[in-house]
Unconditional design. Structure first.
Lengths: 122, 146
Protein backbone atom coordinates (compact mmCIF):
# COMPACT_ATOMS: atom_id res chain seq x y z
CA UNK A 1 0.00 0.00 0.00
CA UNK A 2 1.54 3.30 -1.03
CA UNK A 3 0.97 6.47 0.89
CA UNK A 4 1.54 10.07 -0.11
CA UNK A 5 0.28 13.44 0.98
CA UNK A 6 0.40 17.02 -0.21
CA UNK A 7 -0.45 20.36 1.29
CA UNK A 8 -3.89 21.74 0.63
CA UNK A 9 -4.74 25.45 0.47
CA UNK A 10 -5.23 27.22 3.79
CA UNK A 11 -8.71 26.65 5.06
CA UNK A 12 -11.03 27.62 7.86
CA UNK A 13 -11.01 23.89 8.39
CA UNK A 14 -7.85 21.91 8.81
CA UNK A 15 -7.98 19.35 6.02
CA UNK A 16 -5.26 16.89 5.05
CA UNK A 17 -5.24 14.56 2.09
CA UNK A 18 -3.52 11.20 1.96
CA UNK A 19 -3.63 8.66 -0.85
CA UNK A 20 -3.81 4.97 0.02
CA UNK A 21 -3.34 3.31 -3.34
CA UNK A 22 -6.28 4.65 -5.36
CA UNK A 23 -8.25 5.68 -2.30
CA UNK A 24 -8.17 9.34 -1.24
CA UNK A 25 -8.45 9.91 2.52
CA UNK A 26 -9.45 13.40 3.66
CA UNK A 27 -9.06 14.12 7.36
CA UNK A 28 -11.07 17.11 8.52
CA UNK A 29 -10.63 19.03 11.77
CA UNK A 30 -13.00 21.80 12.82
CA UNK A 31 -16.60 22.88 12.28
CA UNK A 32 -18.41 22.45 8.96
CA UNK A 33 -20.98 25.24 8.73
CA UNK A 34 -21.86 28.05 6.32
CA UNK A 35 -18.53 29.72 7.04
CA UNK A 36 -16.32 26.75 6.24
CA UNK A 37 -18.47 24.80 3.74
CA UNK A 38 -17.21 26.74 0.68
CA UNK A 39 -13.62 25.88 1.57
CA UNK A 40 -14.57 22.29 2.33
CA UNK A 41 -16.24 22.14 -1.08
CA UNK A 42 -13.10 23.50 -2.80
CA UNK A 43 -10.98 20.79 -1.21
CA UNK A 44 -13.45 17.99 -1.97
CA UNK A 45 -13.92 19.18 -5.56
CA UNK A 46 -10.14 19.17 -6.04
CA UNK A 47 -9.87 15.60 -4.80
CA UNK A 48 -12.85 14.44 -6.86
CA UNK A 49 -11.13 15.85 -9.98
CA UNK A 50 -8.32 13.33 -9.41
CA UNK A 51 -10.92 10.55 -9.78
CA UNK A 52 -10.15 8.41 -6.73
CA UNK A 53 -11.63 4.92 -6.80
CA UNK A 54 -12.70 5.52 -3.22
CA UNK A 55 -13.07 8.77 -1.27
CA UNK A 56 -13.00 8.44 2.51
CA UNK A 57 -13.73 11.55 4.55
CA UNK A 58 -12.63 11.18 8.16
CA UNK A 59 -14.97 13.33 10.26
CA UNK A 60 -13.85 12.14 13.70
CA UNK A 61 -12.33 15.53 14.54
CA UNK A 62 -15.31 17.50 13.25
CA UNK A 63 -17.21 19.15 16.09
CA UNK A 64 -20.17 20.48 14.09
CA UNK A 65 -21.74 19.31 10.82
CA UNK A 66 -24.77 20.92 9.21
CA UNK A 67 -26.65 20.44 5.93
CA UNK A 68 -24.16 22.63 4.06
CA UNK A 69 -21.51 19.97 4.74
CA UNK A 70 -23.84 17.14 3.74
CA UNK A 71 -24.50 18.95 0.48
CA UNK A 72 -20.77 18.95 -0.33
CA UNK A 73 -20.53 15.20 0.27
CA UNK A 74 -23.72 14.47 -1.68
CA UNK A 75 -22.21 16.45 -4.55
CA UNK A 76 -19.01 14.39 -4.38
CA UNK A 77 -21.03 11.19 -4.40
CA UNK A 78 -22.87 12.35 -7.49
CA UNK A 79 -19.70 13.50 -9.30
CA UNK A 80 -17.82 10.29 -8.64
CA UNK A 81 -20.51 8.13 -10.19
CA UNK A 82 -19.58 4.52 -9.59
CA UNK A 83 -16.85 5.30 -7.03
CA UNK A 84 -17.70 5.11 -3.36
CA UNK A 85 -17.78 8.01 -0.95
CA UNK A 86 -17.53 6.92 2.68
CA UNK A 87 -17.16 8.74 5.95
CA UNK A 88 -15.53 7.85 9.23
CA UNK A 89 -17.51 8.97 12.25
CA UNK A 90 -17.49 7.83 15.86
CA UNK A 91 -19.82 10.39 17.43
CA UNK A 92 -23.47 11.39 17.15
CA UNK A 93 -22.51 14.91 16.08
CA UNK A 94 -21.27 13.59 12.72
CA UNK A 95 -23.25 10.33 12.41
CA UNK A 96 -26.76 11.62 13.05
CA UNK A 97 -26.84 14.13 10.18
CA UNK A 98 -26.32 11.17 7.82
CA UNK A 99 -28.78 8.80 9.47
CA UNK A 100 -31.54 11.33 10.08
CA UNK A 101 -31.52 12.47 6.44
CA UNK A 102 -31.11 9.01 4.91
CA UNK A 103 -27.86 10.05 3.24
CA UNK A 104 -26.21 7.03 4.88
CA UNK A 105 -28.02 4.93 2.26
CA UNK A 106 -25.62 6.40 -0.31
CA UNK A 107 -22.61 7.35 1.77
CA UNK A 108 -21.47 4.60 4.14
CA UNK A 109 -20.67 5.65 7.71
CA UNK A 110 -17.90 3.64 9.41
CA UNK A 111 -16.51 3.90 12.95
CA UNK A 112 -12.86 3.48 11.91
CA UNK A 113 -10.71 4.39 8.92
CA UNK A 114 -9.65 0.77 8.52
CA UNK A 115 -13.26 -0.39 8.22
CA UNK A 116 -14.05 2.39 5.74
CA UNK A 117 -11.10 1.38 3.57
CA UNK A 118 -11.65 -2.37 3.87
CA UNK A 119 -15.40 -2.56 3.27
CA UNK A 120 -16.27 -4.11 -0.11
CA UNK A 121 -17.52 -1.78 -2.83
CA UNK A 122 -21.27 -1.20 -2.83
CA UNK B 1 -37.22 14.61 38.38
CA UNK B 2 -35.17 11.86 40.06
CA UNK B 3 -33.33 11.11 36.83
CA UNK B 4 -32.00 14.66 36.45
CA UNK B 5 -28.33 15.36 36.99
CA UNK B 6 -27.65 16.31 40.60
CA UNK B 7 -30.31 16.55 43.27
CA UNK B 8 -33.79 17.84 42.38
CA UNK B 9 -33.17 20.88 44.56
CA UNK B 10 -29.98 21.70 42.67
CA UNK B 11 -31.74 21.32 39.34
CA UNK B 12 -34.50 23.70 40.45
CA UNK B 13 -31.86 26.23 41.49
CA UNK B 14 -30.24 26.02 38.08
CA UNK B 15 -33.55 26.54 36.30
CA UNK B 16 -34.49 29.50 38.42
CA UNK B 17 -31.11 31.09 37.78
CA UNK B 18 -31.11 30.75 33.97
CA UNK B 19 -32.05 33.99 32.28
CA UNK B 20 -33.33 33.81 28.69
CA UNK B 21 -30.79 34.32 25.94
CA UNK B 22 -31.74 37.25 23.74
CA UNK B 23 -29.75 38.01 20.59
CA UNK B 24 -31.60 40.44 18.37
CA UNK B 25 -30.58 42.08 15.10
CA UNK B 26 -27.88 39.53 14.33
CA UNK B 27 -26.56 39.78 10.76
CA UNK B 28 -27.65 36.65 8.87
CA UNK B 29 -24.16 35.96 7.54
CA UNK B 30 -21.75 33.05 8.05
CA UNK B 31 -19.44 34.70 10.61
CA UNK B 32 -22.17 36.12 12.82
CA UNK B 33 -24.24 32.92 12.69
CA UNK B 34 -21.26 30.83 13.79
CA UNK B 35 -20.68 33.18 16.72
CA UNK B 36 -24.40 33.03 17.58
CA UNK B 37 -24.31 29.21 17.55
CA UNK B 38 -21.35 29.23 19.94
CA UNK B 39 -23.19 31.63 22.23
CA UNK B 40 -26.31 29.42 22.17
CA UNK B 41 -24.28 26.29 23.03
CA UNK B 42 -22.69 28.15 25.95
CA UNK B 43 -26.13 29.18 27.17
CA UNK B 44 -27.54 25.64 26.82
CA UNK B 45 -24.65 24.11 28.80
CA UNK B 46 -25.02 26.88 31.39
CA UNK B 47 -28.73 26.02 31.58
CA UNK B 48 -27.76 22.59 32.90
CA UNK B 49 -28.35 20.50 29.76
CA UNK B 50 -25.99 17.77 28.62
CA UNK B 51 -23.61 17.87 25.68
CA UNK B 52 -25.77 15.67 23.44
CA UNK B 53 -28.83 17.86 23.97
CA UNK B 54 -26.64 20.88 23.27
CA UNK B 55 -25.63 19.31 19.92
CA UNK B 56 -29.29 18.83 18.96
CA UNK B 57 -30.17 22.38 19.93
CA UNK B 58 -27.14 23.79 18.10
CA UNK B 59 -27.93 21.86 14.90
CA UNK B 60 -31.67 22.54 14.66
CA UNK B 61 -31.25 26.20 15.58
CA UNK B 62 -28.38 26.61 13.14
CA UNK B 63 -30.36 25.04 10.29
CA UNK B 64 -33.16 27.53 10.97
CA UNK B 65 -30.63 30.37 11.00
CA UNK B 66 -28.95 29.06 7.84
CA UNK B 67 -32.32 29.06 6.12
CA UNK B 68 -32.65 32.73 6.95
CA UNK B 69 -29.17 33.42 5.54
CA UNK B 70 -29.92 31.34 2.47
CA UNK B 71 -33.50 32.21 1.67
CA UNK B 72 -35.16 34.97 3.57
CA UNK B 73 -33.56 38.03 2.08
CA UNK B 74 -32.94 36.98 -1.53
CA UNK B 75 -29.20 37.31 -1.37
CA UNK B 76 -29.19 40.44 0.75
CA UNK B 77 -27.87 40.14 4.27
CA UNK B 78 -30.78 40.74 6.61
CA UNK B 79 -30.96 40.27 10.34
CA UNK B 80 -32.39 37.59 12.57
CA UNK B 81 -33.50 37.44 16.20
CA UNK B 82 -32.85 34.48 18.48
CA UNK B 83 -34.43 33.99 21.90
CA UNK B 84 -33.86 30.95 24.07
CA UNK B 85 -35.89 30.12 27.16
CA UNK B 86 -35.36 27.57 29.90
CA UNK B 87 -38.67 26.35 31.34
CA UNK B 88 -38.93 23.73 34.10
CA UNK B 89 -39.83 21.00 31.60
CA UNK B 90 -38.37 22.22 28.32
CA UNK B 91 -36.06 24.48 26.37
CA UNK B 92 -37.51 26.67 23.66
CA UNK B 93 -35.55 28.45 20.93
CA UNK B 94 -37.39 31.08 18.91
CA UNK B 95 -35.85 32.36 15.67
CA UNK B 96 -37.50 35.28 13.95
CA UNK B 97 -36.67 36.87 10.63
CA UNK B 98 -38.33 39.53 8.56
CA UNK B 99 -37.93 37.97 5.12
CA UNK B 100 -39.54 35.13 3.23
CA UNK B 101 -38.43 31.50 3.05
CA UNK B 102 -38.37 30.04 -0.41
CA UNK B 103 -40.47 26.98 -0.93
CA UNK B 104 -38.02 24.10 -1.36
CA UNK B 105 -37.70 22.99 -4.98
CA UNK B 106 -38.32 19.28 -5.30
CA UNK B 107 -35.30 17.47 -6.69
CA UNK B 108 -36.34 14.08 -8.14
CA UNK B 109 -32.80 12.67 -8.30
CA UNK B 110 -31.97 10.03 -5.67
CA UNK B 111 -29.17 11.93 -3.96
CA UNK B 112 -30.52 15.45 -3.81
CA UNK B 113 -28.11 18.27 -3.15
CA UNK B 114 -30.44 20.57 -1.25
CA UNK B 115 -33.32 20.38 1.14
CA UNK B 116 -31.63 18.51 3.98
CA UNK B 117 -31.67 21.53 6.27
CA UNK B 118 -35.34 21.20 7.16
CA UNK B 119 -34.96 17.43 7.59
CA UNK B 120 -32.15 18.00 10.08
CA UNK B 121 -34.13 20.72 11.81
CA UNK B 122 -37.10 18.43 12.36
CA UNK B 123 -34.95 15.42 13.29
CA UNK B 124 -32.96 17.34 15.89
CA UNK B 125 -35.84 19.05 17.70
CA UNK B 126 -38.59 17.37 19.73
CA UNK B 127 -41.05 19.80 18.15
CA UNK B 128 -40.61 22.35 15.39
CA UNK B 129 -43.20 24.92 14.45
CA UNK B 130 -42.55 27.15 11.43
CA UNK B 131 -44.94 29.99 10.77
CA UNK B 132 -44.60 32.32 7.82
CA UNK B 133 -46.54 35.54 7.62
CA UNK B 134 -46.23 38.66 5.50
CA UNK B 135 -43.97 40.04 8.24
CA UNK B 136 -41.49 37.17 8.10
CA UNK B 137 -40.95 33.73 9.57
CA UNK B 138 -41.02 32.54 13.17
CA UNK B 139 -39.46 29.17 14.02
CA UNK B 140 -40.20 27.75 17.45
CA UNK B 141 -38.04 24.77 18.39
CA UNK B 142 -38.77 22.84 21.57
CA UNK B 143 -36.84 20.19 23.49
CA UNK B 144 -38.35 18.37 26.45
CA UNK B 145 -36.07 18.21 29.46
CA UNK B 146 -37.00 15.33 31.74
Amino acid sequence: MTSSSRDLPPSELLVTLEWRDKAAVLRVVGEIDLLSAPEFEDVVTGVVADRPELLVVDLRSVTFLCSAGLQVLAGAHRSLGTSDVRVVSDSTVTTRPFTSTGLDTWIGVFPTLEQALASPAT
Amino acid sequence: MQNSAGSPEEADDVRAAVAPLRCHGVTAGPEALRALRHELVGWVLGAGLGAERAQDIALASYEALANVADHAYNGECGTVDLDAYRYPDRVEVVITDHGRWRTPVLDPRPVTLRGRGLLLLHASADRADIRTTDEGTVVVLTWDVP
